[in-house]
Design a protein around this ligand. Structure first.
Ligand SMILES: [Ca+2]
Length: 215
């Protein structure tokens, strides 16, 4: 099984089709796929492969154009009125988290854009979120100049301790298209992530040094 940044599984809706020939699915997802929902597994969001700007290319010759991207579209409503895309991540242990980084396409000429806003909700046990802390809200500056994909960093300050993270991404344009998600883990000065027992009570840490654990 792939393990990236301590992520042992993520759950989310399956990606959408674009036209008749391009599917922005998570093709390598190894969990359950039921009625368009993925749960309990890992796939292309943590495989280390980033998408290229032109999502209509098959740059790796896998027989699928845009293979690196997983994408969702608004369902006939204005982007501002569409439900956000929700992804719930399960980590291998309770960790202190200082940022989430999402690799996004911004091909706005084709109605693809970085999310307008993101929210992060935290839980130790996975059933109840935000019992001891408020969600993190982040507003992304709209870029209508550069279409190049980029990592969008959602800072978590102060750091939050959690084993489950719910990420909500709000639409800015008709499509949200992502290819990687990474978590940054705070440390207390040592070169290893702070990992607490799963039974630890959720609490807020003071601001810590942000050290990427992207492997
Ligand atoms: Ca990927």
């Amino acid at each position: 099984m792939i393990i990236s940044d301590g992520i042992i599984s993520y759950s989310m809706p399956q990606g959408d089709r674009r036209g008749s020939d391009v599917k922005f699915f998570d093709f390598t997802y190894d969990g359950d796929v039921v009625d368009g929902r993925l749960s309990g597994g890992l796939g292309q969001l943590v495989d280390g492969v980033e998408g290229v700007p032109n999502f209509r290319l098959d740059v790796h010759n896998v027989g699928r154009r845009g293979y690196e991207w997983v994408a969702w579209k608004t369902d006939g409503v204005r982007p501002a009125d569409a439900d956000p895309v929700e992804i719930v991540f399960r980590l291998d242990a309770v960790r202190s988290l200082t940022a989430v980084r999402v690799h996004c396409n911004n091909a706005f000429e084709r109605d693809v854009g970085v999310f307008s806003a993101a929210e992060l909700h935290f839980s130790v046990g996975g059933k109840v979120f935000d019992t001891r802390s408020r969600p993190v809200s982040y507003t992304a500056a709209r870029d209508a100049v550069v279409e190049q994909p980029r990592y969008v960093t959602v800072p978590i300050q102060p750091a939050r301790v959690a084993r489950f993270v719910r990420l909500l991404m709000h639409f800015d344009r008709r499509w949200i298209m992502i290819s990687e998600v990474h978590f940054d883990t705070g440390t207390s000065g040592i070169q290893s992530p702070l990992i607490l027992p799963a039974k630890a009570t959720e609490y807020v840490l003071p601001a810590l040094v942000c050290v990427s654990v992207c492997l």
